[in-house]
Design a protein around this ligand. Structure first.
Ligand code: FMN
Length: 374
């Protein structure tokens, strides 16, 4: 099939038809077919034996939804307040590296599709487009929230420059990822000999083009980062700080003590510590530990509107989704991601109505029971 260059990898130029795609899982086989095996492997893989990758999806089913009758609405309110801004839906696009491997427009198409529908878009530090290009694609701040995800690599001064650039470009929050002191052991990437040009980072110095510098399988961050650094980072800009990659309740408290406005409960999509707890398992404890001091978000294995309801019932303010949006981007670019957002929005509205809720903010722990049948 004729193709285009998607960040060094071949991707088919023509979008795939979307009429057969009725849920988020339907994108994956199409993407798998279209992508270079190394790109697909990078998106799909988890660490080690990939137990956490599978547990993430399965653990939302540990809870059952308990509907109330005669109390729903045809058009439930789906908007939420996040960090003082407004999002049309209680889910967003999680930061994911190397979106240019899925589609030539990469982060630009993803950002346009999300913010155009009032859905938060979080730009990864390991982007194939610059901070400024993505900000321009995301449009005005009146559209959906756009946040910048920060990996602190070895140099704090450099990280600070990135934050200041993101702030100047109109990003509205900084998401500091703290669960990657070193990269997880991803066997598919090792087998595929995946090599990532160092030039992917959004901070790409002017004039440095793809492939001009050394290649690495891993994006390294600073293993010696400490809570005092988190507090310093919170003070670098006027933007609210979200700390991403927390699982332990005590770390939720510490984040709140060190300047975070929100905590993002996550095991990094099962890509870091294989065998770790899942966000679904830790969410209730995280919400209790937060005691209303910080907003709580969650991600990992969320694929359905009903999974979102479970997370909201456990106390999450919003959830984020990684891989399905990458597969949607690979399937049909911006239109693919728009289709994914429409499907999930529709599932969510229907599930809310049937749950007997008139707004996402009505969903509470009373709507949940532990599953008995595994
Ligand atoms: C291919 C890929 C790349 C990712 N890159 C980043 C990243 O650059 N920064 C980050 O904070 N998280 C990154 N993540 C983790 C996601 O933000 C998110 O936590 C995870 O994908 C959620 O799980 P899900 O894919 O099951 O929805 C990445 C995940 C994937 C699958």
């Amino acid at each position: 099939m004729a193709g285009a260059r998607g960040f060094g990898f071949q991707v088919p130029a023509k979008p795939a038809p979307l009429d057969g795609v009725v849920n988020l899982d339907d994108f994956e086989p199409i993407a798998r077919e279209r992508l270079d095996p190394r790109a697909y492997g990078y998106y799909a893989s988890g660490a080690g034996a990939e137990r956490s990758l599978h547990d993430n999806v399965a653990s939302w089913s540990a809870w059952r939804l308990l509907p109330r009758v005669l109390s729903g609405s045809r058009a439930p309110e789906t908007s939420v307040r996040l960090l003082g801004g407004s999002a049309a839906l209680p889910f967003g696009v999680a930061p994911a590296a190397l979106q240019g491997m899925a589609h030539p427009d990469g982060e630009l198409a993803m950002a346009r599709a999300a913010t155009g529908h009032g859905v938060p878009y979080v730009l990864s530090t390991a982007s194939t487009r610059t901070i400024e290009e993505v900000a321009a694609a995301a449009g005005s701040e009146a559209a959906g929230p756009r946040w910048f995800q920060l990996y602190v690599e070895h140099d704090l001064g450099f990280a600070r420059e990135l934050v200041l650039r993101a702030e100047a470009a109109g990003f509205t929050a900084v998401v500091l990822t703290v669960d990657l002191p070193v990269a997880g052991y991803r066997e598919r990437d090792i087998r595929n000999r995946l090599a990532i040009p160092m030039s992917v980072q959004a901070h790409l110095p002017a004039g440095l083009a793809e492939g001009e510098t050394e290649f690495t399988t891993y994006i390294d961050t600073k293993p010696e980062l400490r809570w005092a650094d988190v507090e310093a980072i919170a003070g670098w800009s006027s933007l609210p700080l979200v700390v991403k990659g927390i699982l332990a309740p005590r770390d939720v408290e510490r984040a709140a003590d060190h300047g975070a406005a929100a905590v993002w409960v996550s095991n990094h999509g099962g890509r870091q510590l294989d065998g770790s707890v899942t966000a679904a398992e830790m969410l209730a404890e995280a919400v209790d530990a937060a005691a209303g001091r910080v907003e709580i978000y969650a991600d990992g294995g969320i694929r359905r509107g009903s999974d979102i309801l479970v997370a909201l019932a456990l106390g999450a303010r919003a959830v984020f989704i990684g891989r399905p949006f990458l597969y949607a981007l690979a399937t049909a670019g911006e239109a693919g991601v728009e289709h994914a957002i429409a499907i999930l929005g529709d599932e969510l509205r229907r599930s809310l109505s049937i749950l007997g809720a008139t707004a996402v903010t009505d969903v509470r722990r009373e709507h949940l029971r532990p599953a008995i049948v595994p």
